[in-house]
Design a protein around this ligand. Structure first.
Ligand code: PMP
Length: 307
């Protein structure tokens, strides 16, 4: 992945992809204190390539940095421009963007004082996180044996590098047991989220999703709230148990990478008809229209990359 053509924005400059390197004593590599975003750009019919909800992603990056007490040395505007530039300069259209802030190699102690905060933005073509069949038919999921972060152990509102050890353990376990994704419960045993997605279920025409207590405040989750409201569906945030998912009519994950992903089975229990349900189908289709600028009501979500 490091050996390819292209450019990466690193600390205010575009550098050749292969030269965007760090030292092995980079602090974040050792302890995981860093913050990042996952953002997508799509090709729209009349505005060229646009980054979807760029402002909200950059705002969350700054909130994550604030929680982690990292002072980002760039403004939001500068980082928004950097993201557009990286898409443009790499000649990308549909693409995934990865902005990240990390601590430098000036010292190793946990005090982490006097460390430089570096910022990078890379982008590449990453069409779908899951196979097209998964998107249409839904995936098999298992409840993880790993608990989601406790609110007072790591900070759940931050999209922090180190938080993802938990996600990777859960995902690996799910894959090893023949499933495609994990569903993590919070420390009290209630449904929290997937390894990198928020979760929704549908019952009797109403959408339910866990409160944000121990899950990431997902931007796709928020997009679904607005699209569901446009369709007249009620969305209720509440505590959800795993067996409420077993008996749901439909269930789906949401995330920038995973987009809107139907769940057809949890822990060997078929959910609803065992395939993408009608409300999931409708919202997934509206989501793809929204990201591609086909919904006249939500063009404020699109940031054209053209300079
Ligand atoms: N939860 C976790 C743990 C995630 O990593 C992600 C992906 N950023 C999400 C939820 C979904 O967030 P978003 O819709 O903003 O991508």
């Amino acid at each position: 992945f490091a050996d390819r053509d292209g450019v990466i924005w690193l600390d205010g400059e575009l550098v050749p992809w292969r030269d965007a390197r760090v030292h092995v004593l980079t602090h974040t590599l050792h302890y995981g204190m860093g913050v990042f975003e996952g953002v997508r750009a799509y090709e729209s019919s009349d505005r060229g390539t646009c980054i979807f909800r760029l402002k909200e992603h950059t705002d969350r990056l700054f909130r994550s940095a604030h929680i982690m007490r990292m002072d980002l040395p760039y403004s939001k505007d500068e980082l928004n421009e950097a993201q557009k530039l990286v898409v443009r300069e790499n000649g990308l259209h549909e693409s995934y963007l990865r902005p990240m802030a990390f601590l430098g190699s000036e010292g190793m102690g946990l005090r982490a004082d006097n460390l430089k905060v570096h910022v990078m933005v890379a982008a590449w073509h990453w069409p779908s996180y899951m196979s097209p069949e998964a998107r249409d038919m839904g995936i098999k999921v298992r409840t993880s044996s790993y608990t989601r972060h406790h609110v007072n152990i790591t900070m759940c509102k931050a999209k922090a590098n180190g938080n993802y050890i938990n996600s990777m353990l859960a995902l690996r376990e799910a894959l090893d047991s023949g499933c495609e994704e994990a569903l993590l419960l919070d420390n009290e045993g209630y449904v929290a989220e997937g390894s990198g997605e928020n979760v929704f279920l549908v019952r009797d025409g109403v959408l339910y999703t866990p409160e944000l207590t121990s899950c990431l405040d997902g931007i796709t989750r928020n997009t679904i709230f607005q699209l569901a409201a446009d369709c007249g569906y009620e969305v209720r945030e509440k505590r959800i148990t795993r067996d409420e998912v077993y008996i749901a009519d439909e269930a789906f994950f949401t995330g920038t990478a995973a987009e809107v992903l139907p769940i057809r089975e949890l822990d060997g229990r078929v959910i609803g008809e065992g395939r993408r349900g009608p409300i999931t189908t409708q919202l997934q289709s509206l989501y793809f229209d929204a990201v591609k600028g086909k919904l006249s009501g939500h063009t404020e979500w699109l940031a054209p990359v053209a300079g």
